[in-house]
Design a protein around this ligand. Sequence first.
Ligand SMILES: NCc1[nH]cc(CCC(=O)O)c1CC(=O)O
Length: 302
Amino acid sequence: MKSIRIGTRNSALALWQAREVARHLQNNNYLTEIVPIVSSGDKNLNQPLYSLGITGVFTRDLDIALLNDEIDIAVHSLKDVPTQLPQNIEIIAYLERDYPQDILIRKESARNKEFHELKLATSSLRRRAFWLRNYPGAEFSDIRGNIQTRLQKLEDGNFDATILSLAGIKRMKMEIDYEMLPLMICAPSQGVIAVAGHSDKPEINEILHQINHQKTQICVEIERNFLSTLEGGCTAPIGAFAEIIENQIRFKAALCSLDGKNCIAVDENFEYNTTENFGEKFAKIVLENGGKELMTEIKSQI
Ligand SMILES: NCc1[nH]cc(CCC(=O)O)c1CC(=O)O
């Protein structure tokens, strides 16, 4: 039997996630091979990227490799995957979500500062807005790069703390002090590893179904339907988190203005069924309650 070629980005986190998918497949007796994709093979495609619907900065190289049949599947952090997928590419499996939360990491010199005094480094509009909602007037710096780079920049830079995803810290086995941030609502599908496949490869997709975690799928589909109904392609401060508690789903979400002053939140408990699109339903409630105007305002500001 041929081994399944698992495409991944080349960062430490991406490689860890790809190995996690490999481990699940191996547990089901499939052979696997990790294929790190460094740069894109656009040259082999005979159509322009936009005409194939390829948009995501984090996903584009893997999308191209899938379409060029250099890999059989692609592993992603689901929160980095655009809600509109390219032609012929589908998310086929979701691994069980581990840690959806955002956490605060501060440097030693800021040990005794109160939250409202912290100078924060984060480029995420969502993290900024939710923080400002609680601590108006807080100051921010931009910070980009992978987790290791950001932690190095925190040490070197002129700011006190940063906000990261707990999933990333746990996966990298970082021995680091952190504080939980119950004031934040995570990004839609944060903490979830997703496996994308090619729609024309039913045999591979059949295999992927075996490693799918259905409860995770139910939750992230609600979160992502909420996001895509609100957004229409722009990036806004939107948090969304669904979890299954006994036989009910608890869904918490919010759309905030960039300065955090205006937040339209939903907090719902409901019985799940497969016929209703709950994410879309709750997004429409937000849109009808001032969300439409707020989205227009945000789009004009970013
Ligand atoms: N956009 C960056 C990114 N994409 C996925 C993760 C970590 C894994 C996850 O949260 O799903 C991170 C780092 C972070 O947000 O701190």
